[in-house]
Design a protein around this ligand. Sequence first.
Ligand code: ZN
Length: 413
Amino acid sequence: MAQPTAASHIMERIEFLTTFSEDSDKLTRTYLTPSHKAAGVQIGHWMSEAGMDVRTDSVGNVIGRYEGQSRNLPALLTGSHFDTVRNAGKYDGMYGVLAAIAAVSELNENNERLPFAIEVIGFADEEGTRFGATLLGSKGVAGTFEDTLLELVDVEGVALSAAMIDYGLDPAKVSQAACSPENYLGYVELHIEQGPILIDQDLPVGIVTAIAGASRFSVTVDGLASHAGTVPMNLRNDALLAAAEASLAIERLSLDKQETVGTVGQLTVIDGATNVIPGKVEFSVDLRCGNDATRQSLVDAMEQAFSSIEQKRGVSFETTLTHEAPAVQCSDQLISQLANAVSRKGYTPLQLLSGAGHDAMALGAFTPVSMLFVRCGNGGISHHPDETMTESDAIAGAEVLLDFIRHFDTPAS
Ligand SMILES: [Zn+2]
């Protein structure tokens, strides 16, 4: 890739897109808002400059198509999302869209046509910030955008269907966004890692093996509230100490298993007071793993740990499953093609798990998927204005993508 033109385009464009925001003092761009629509138009303009035919589908995804050696060939799909969380970082999603446009731009400038088409997609909604349901853009493409989603409302009471009409979309035509699997060869997405592994390994890129599945629980511990001064330590049924012991058990069990993370992110002492032994505690559990059987064994082990804590401390646990999603495996053949591209560019082809959800989760139902993570700075902070990446890492990722595209071989099914 010509340097530094293509790369500085990526960084400049990421900066420019921060001006498309609902909030004047921070980056917030949620699904179907005026700033979201304007950002989509701008992205379409850049796609068009890079030699692509641009369309907006019936859920608001912006898609640029770069034809292959003849028209109407099946396409390799690449891209990411252009919506954000509130008070977002500017690279999450945007980088994957702009690196893909840069790669196609390079092909176009060299007049290179490949034995397949390339479609670059800017997914309209991945974060689910406005309507609380994630992956609406990629669900549209995969044909899994259910009509019931149209009834969701935002905090101001605006229904998704009404927001679509305001935007210029027809909610009755959502299903038209679904693409036919036979017209697609696979999906590759570049995305900032949103974590510290590549920093730790001193590598600019890494190849994703799977997107973790998740189990989330809400847990209530019932003990016995009593006077903090009068009840001796050995006669207490302290619900907070039981929850603390449960949290430590989740840490120990997650450490014991491969590629598994477990988090207690919320914990509340109900009616807690300085001079009262905690009688009731509620906490959340989030367990993630790239392998569904391992995740299930972690859930089982957690429940066993809870029951031994119940016996030991004379408390009771009520555990409710609030969310469950299976892991999505990346295509082995695309992983190995990405590894070859990474090696050709002179980097060690490190493989890693994605603990966060991505558009590839929804697309896994539709076409073979793969992802390349690119290193971010600031310890891997993301979903925050301190999110960052270097220009040289942005270039490295785009160069690997271009090399991957030039050597792309359709995965055999
Ligand atoms: Zn993202």
